[in-house]
Design a protein around this ligand. Structure first.
Ligand SMILES: [Zn+2]
Length: 68
């Protein structure tokens, strides 16, 4: 991976997951970088509909399938 692959670039260039309200669908390596860069504000979770991963912000949103 090149140094210019900043987390924002990774996220904005990612394909979108229709099953997860258009959330960016990312490889595990990329979500790990985003979580690290967010200093704990982002949480990763595995997409229930595909082999990819997503990130979300616990304090501002909640994946609908994680609601009770
Ligand atoms: Zn998804």
């Amino acid at each position: 991976m090149k140094h210019m692959d900043l987390p924002d670039m990774i996220y904005s260039n990612a394909s979108r997951c229709a099953k997860c309200r258009g959330r960016a669908l990312l490889p595990k390596r990329a979500v790990d970088r985003l979580v690290d860069a967010s200093r704990g504000q982002l949480v990763l979770f595995h997409c229930p509909e595909s082999a990819g991963w997503h990130v979300w912000v616990p304090n501002s949103e909640r994946p609908h399938f994680l609601l009770n």
